[in-house]
Design a protein around this ligand. Sequence first.
Ligand SMILES: Cc1cc2nc3c(=O)[nH]c(=O)nc-3n(C[C@H](O)[C@H](O)[C@H](O)COP(=O)(O)OP(=O)(O)OC[C@H]3O[C@@H](n4cnc5c(N)ncnc54)[C@H](O)[C@@H]3O)c2cc1C
Length: 361
Amino acid sequence: MTQTHTTDVAIIGAGPVGLFAVFQLGMLKVRCHVIDALDAIGGQCAALYPEKPIYDIPAYPSIDALDLVKQLEAQAAPFAPVYHLGQQVTRLIPPPNLPPQAGGGSELLSSSQEGETLATGNWQLETSSGTIIHARAIIIAAGCGAFGPNRPPLDGLEAYEASGAVRYLVTRKDEFKGKHIVIAGGGDSAVDWANVLAPDAASLSIIHRRDNFRAMGDSLDKMNALVTAGKIEKVVPYQLAGLEGENGQLSGVIVSTLDGQKRTLKADYLLPFYGLSMDLGPIAGWGLGLEHSHITINPASCETNQAGVFAIGDIATYAGKLKLILCGFSEAAMAAHKIRNLIYPDVAYHFEYSTSKGVSA
Ligand SMILES: Cc1cc2nc3c(=O)[nH]c(=O)nc-3n(C[C@H](O)[C@H](O)[C@H](O)COP(=O)(O)OP(=O)(O)OC[C@H]3O[C@@H](n4cnc5c(N)ncnc54)[C@H](O)[C@@H]3O)c2cc1C
């Protein structure tokens, strides 16, 4: 059944930055719905590195990525955001020439309810599940778009992905205890996970096409210490060449040098960390200013080239942009203040600290 909702702001993306935008908007009495293609909130933090500590969130010397998501969810909760998960936003339709709506409050109407009058917001978005949302403003907090891992081109890969023997992220490191693990890649993720999983693994090999890993200095020192201790085998210069096993049960990973010398490594799991593919998906077709698959914005307001459409977090770009969660938080605050003026054009704005006004929905 198609559901139609009307709200002040529709936020595309429930990553850390989209979640913080809910709080910032809520403090300004602006209500929102949040849509995410994934089944859970948290964006990259929840999907890609839930158990990794983040060290550069202000006031948290260290916080695991999933804990950060839980804190952001709790901070947004007083403002009762409506989440639509497991749905990709596929269409964004510009507003018809209608007078502005009054702000505040969200309502849910079902299109099957004959005779109901829909309060039509200015923008309309549609999701892959057929949900329609009318909103006065749109915030695109879609990270790197419909993100997915870069997958190695190996025969029979799908069967091993389906069984979980080949994975692109680690959600519970306990599963890997006592197992034979092969990690592929030369960046931070490959090296970090090798360091985390090696101490409890039966064996751990890290494959890279050259003996020059692009990870942080501390991580490399740690990996080299584990190599010396016999907990990690560096398999260089090799690349993935094939998978061995039956019925999705992996038993070995075949690796090859550029001149074709092959080895088979014992493996229960293969974890390829070749980075994320950045695909804006439907967002690329919405007429927004783009630069290298990012949305260009005015950094003072986070507004895009379309009035009423804002972009924040990893997907937004401007001169000097830093792709950090803390920068996304600041962008969320700036967009929220600009949007508040769209929703309540006739109500004078008086700046107040949160310590003065408290948190009230
Ligand atoms: C391994 C790793 C370690 C990191 N460590 C740090 C760190 O220490 N410090 C730091 O500041 N940053 C770190 N980052 C980067 C940080 O995770 C990102 O900057 C942050 O997640 C960006 O948040 P976001 O909300 O903008 O986007 P994302 O977290 O990418 O969330 C965007 C969401 O939008 C959804 N989406 C996209 N398109 C659509 C659509 N059309 N319809 C519906 N939903 C859609 C996606 O499904 C996704 O859930 C790290 C990243 C990785 C991968």
